[in-house]
Design a protein around this ligand. Structure first.
Ligand code: TMP
Length: 216
């Protein structure tokens, strides 16, 4: 087992995970942990360049398989450059999205074969699966309302945010299936609840799961 602890936050766009990561970081640091927060796509310099390609709304011709491979390329770069070295040093790594996003978005959302995605992930990514994953589950309509406020600030939607409600419904159901298949790793939270309520649930889980891990 690596000395550090890898924790991921997942959910559809607008589910509130980015806010919860910041709150969790503050809490964990106050407890004396060394914490790093990072994200996908875009957790490295190369990843930032990949993120630009992926989210640029002009790239409508990007084919599904290329999109999937770009997310995986970003992930492998991120693992080797940021996540694994931080875990080796004993840090707690909080990551905004990881491989469940690819299964949910490219697999369930786009309809790419899950077996194909998993076969590519098998060697370089699957062995580094997170210890714990928080899934913020929310109705796409509510999430869309929240992201619309974000678009208003930056004046445009990105390539993924432009997708239909049906796309996000499929992703939401996909995440539920992924969570059901790995009940020990996933903690599902109601993303429609208040920021503070969700944060308290996250704290409770972290306290229990991290103390169990230390006592191994
Ligand atoms: P973000 O807005 O949460 O930073 O994520 C950027 C977008 O990329 C978001 O719409 C989800 C999408 N995405 C995928 O489609 N597949 C993936 O593997 C990842 C990591 C993100």
């Amino acid at each position: 087992m690596k000395p550090g602890t890898f924790i991921t936050f997942e959910g559809i766009d607008g589910c509130g995970k980015t806010t919860q990561i910041q709150l969790a970081r503050t809490f964990l640091e106050k407890q004396g942990n060394q914490v790093i927060t990072t994200l996908e796509p875009g957790g490295t310099d190369i990843g930032i360049q990949i993120r630009k390609i992926l989210l640029n709304q002009k790239n409508q011709s990007l084919v599904q398989e290329s999109e999937m491979l770009l997310y995986l390329a970003d992930r492998i770069q991120h693992l080797k450059e940021v996540i694994l070295p931080a875990l080796e040093k004993g840090n707690l790594v909080l990551c905004d999205r990881f491989h469940d996003s690819t299964l949910a978005y490219q697999g369930f959302g786009r309809g790419l074969d899950l077996k194909l995605i998993r076969s590519i992930e098998e060697k370089a990514i699957t062995p580094h699966a997170p210890f714990l994953t928080f899934l913020l589950d929310i109705e796409p309509k509510l999430a869309l309302k929240r992201t619309e406020e974000k678009y208003a600030q930056r004046n445009q939607q990105d390539r993924l945010e432009q997708e239909s409600i049906d796309f996000f419904e499929r992703i939401k159901r996909g995440y539920q299936q992924l969570a059901e298949a790995s009940p020990d790793r996933f903690v599902c939270l109601d993303g429609s609840k208040s920021k503070e309520h969700i944060h308290q649930q996250i704290i409770k889980t972290l306290e229990t799961r991290l103390s169990e891990r230390k006592s191994f």
